[in-house]
Ligand binder design. Structure first.
Ligand SMILES: Nc1ncnc2c1ncn2[C@@H]1O[C@H](COP(=O)(O)OP(=O)(O)OP(=O)(O)O)[C@@H](O)[C@H]1O
Length: 264
């Protein structure tokens, strides 16, 4: 590819550091995410994944390091300014309003990232029925969110994240609380949006089988640092990752660092 053809990564981070007292929760993280890719950030409890997400989305200020979204320096922007530029984040506990209709939940979610930039021309959000169809919810958009099953709420949350038409979606344990089939279904829907809409996704996930099934790339974190980054099979075979999860190097199985379905 010639330099003229090269478009900047959707997200680039350089030298991110965040310490809490004596703990360096994020300790010099560099990463870069290309458009239309889905990557998983894995690591044991306390590795620094959530802190990393806070730094990327702007809920925390880094002690050091810089960030670019589509080549634009966003290091000093507040979370709502980053959201207005297309960086969306979902949380483990999300904000669905049970008393509002599905359509109103989606309309609020579509509006939120745009409020701080009144002067800009707005792109129309997809309509509620289209968004619900994208996440496989065959429901009346006029019905209240109250009474949805937990799995349906998680899919509504995904539709709400998509309503803002993000460029980059950071998903912190999007499948928390879901059983195996529901987890697969949700991550399959996310991967579908990556393939069809050119969305870029970084998600955290403790279930290694789900990571292998849906992530194109895996970034493994330990003690605030990225210790491996690459295709899932290569990361699984990485000796540092093997030591982290099993306390011993790889025995050769590409998916052997944790048995299918085991949490990491
Ligand atoms: N606000 C805070 N104040 C003090 N220490 C913190 C704070 N937030 C995180 N930490 C510490 O920073 C380290 C990284 O935590 P973090 O929550 O980012 O890890 P994680 O990989 O997301 O873990 P988990 O998988 O359990 O959510 C941990 O040692 C944690 O105790």
């Amino acid at each position: 590819m010639s330099p003229r053809d090269a478009s900047p990564p959707v997200l680039r981070a350089e030298g991110l550091v965040k310490a809490f007292g004596g703990i360096r929760a994020v300790d010099g993280v560099d990463l870069s995410l290309d458009a239309g890719t889905i990557s998983a950030l894995i690591g044991p409890n306390g590795a620094g994944k959530t802190t990393c997400f806070h730094l990327l989305a702007g809920q925390l200020r880094p002690d050091a390091g810089r960030l670019w979204l589509d080549g634009r320096d966003i290091s000093r922007l507040e979370p709502h300014r980053r959201a207005a530029l297309g960086l969306a984040r979902t949380f483990q506990i999300a904000g669905v309003f049970p008393s509002l209709s599905l359509a109103d939940n989606l309309a609020l979610a579509a509006e939120a990232p745009r409020r701080p930039r009144p002067g800009l021309r707005r792109r129309a959000a997809p309509d509620a029925a289209t968004l619900l169809a994208r996440v496989g919810l065959d429901l009346d958009p006029g019905r209240p969110a109250a009474g949805l099953s937990y799995g349906q709420v998680k899919r509504l949350e995904l539709a709400m994240a998509l309503a803002g038409r993000p460029r980059l979606l950071l998903m912190d344990e999007p499948t928390a609380g879901l059983d195996g089939p529901e987890r697969d279904r949700l991550l399959g829907l996310v991967a579908g949006q990556v393939a069809e809409q050119g969305l870029t996704v970084l998600f955290t996930e403790h279930d290694v089988a789900a990571v292998f099934a849906h992530a194109g790339r895996v970034l493994a974190m330990a003690d605030g640092r990225l210790i491996a980054d690459g295709p899932p099979a290569a990361v699984a075979a990485d000796p540092a990752v093997q030591r982290l999860y099993l306390g011993r190097p790889s025995t050769g199985s590409a998916t052997g660092f944790a048995p299918s379905g085991q949490d990491v």
